[in-house]
Design a protein. Structure first.
Length: 262
């Protein structure tokens, strides 16, 4: 599974303060700690703390690239912020994210092509959050169709069915899992699938338990990637073990240590 570390986000107090104060060591420690914990990529979100996001995003990218060459996932709803980040980045990039709205697809898909960036497409539109599997599948198909029309490589597209908190939308969770499986048959080659994992436990008790249980179930449905907290050791161990049971890794008695080092 491809793991995107979620912790460099201005919504978190330490990161928000570090962005405001231009505190490089704090940002770099969060980057290194997540990579050492197993992250393959780092999500970068300025959050509400940034008063000048078009300039803060390139600064943040430069700071992180001083300590890692891992992929950077640029997380913003503002096209100008994404574009500024892509132009500044030397590392591989992913855009997080584009909705199924045509006006967004017509801007962000070409931008991803221009900068050779991967792309996250989320199953949501101006009409709101989908209420069932069929609506999610329809929105995902619209994203795939637009990417095909614009000659964007589908193997670089990650589809997100939109995870809702279990404490307010429990009945939708099975549909989200089924969507992960069905997104894979929209096209050939298949798009990949990704989840913003922590959303499932937002506002709930026992967050780590909810996150790791949902992750192991999603892996069984074919999940390719997740944005999560790699410093949650029990979560990471659950992911490694789930992939082992699914025969994606080779068993040995010390498999946890082996795959953490890997």
């Amino acid at each position: 599974m491809f793991i995107v570390g979620e912790l460099i986000n201005g919504m978190f107090k330490d990161i928000g303060r570090a962005i405001t104060e231009k505190n490089k060591p704090v940002i770099q420690k969060y980057a290194v700690d997540q990579i050492q914990a197993g992250a393959d990529a780092l999500d970068i979100c300025l959050g509400p703390s940034s008063k000048d996001p078009v300039n803060d995003m390139p600064w943040l990218i430069k700071v992180i690239e001083e300590v890692t060459d891992r992929m950077l996932v640029l997380d913003s709803s503002r096209v100008k912020v994404i574009e500024a980040g892509l132009a500044a980045a030397k590392n591989p990039t992913m855009i997080n994210s584009v909705t199924a709205d045509q006006e967004k697809l017509e801007v962000l898909v070409p931008l991803a092509k221009k900068f050779n960036s991967k792309l996250v497409g989320i199953a949501i539109s101006q009409k709101g959050i989908p209420q069932n599997k069929d609506q999610r599948l329809e929105l995902a198909a619209e994203i795939v169709a637009s990417c095909v029309e614009q000659d964007f490589p589908i193997q670089d597209l990650y589809l997100d069915p939109i995870v809702l908190p279990v404490n307010v939308a429990q009945s939708q969770i099975p549909d989200i899992l089924e969507s992960i499986r069905e997104f894979k048959i929209i096209s050939q080659p298949s798009p990949k699938t990704i989840l913003g994992l922590s959303n499932v436990s937002q506002g709930a008790c026992s967050r780590s338990l909810l996150n790791r249980t949902f992750l192991t179930m999603a892996l069984a449905y074919g999940l390719d990637a997740a944005i999560l907290d790699p410093k949650d050791k029990e979560l990471m161990d659950a992911a490694i073990t789930a992939e082992l049971i699914l025969n994606k890794q080779i068993y040995c008695d010390s498999y946890l240590d082996a795959y953490r080092k890997k």
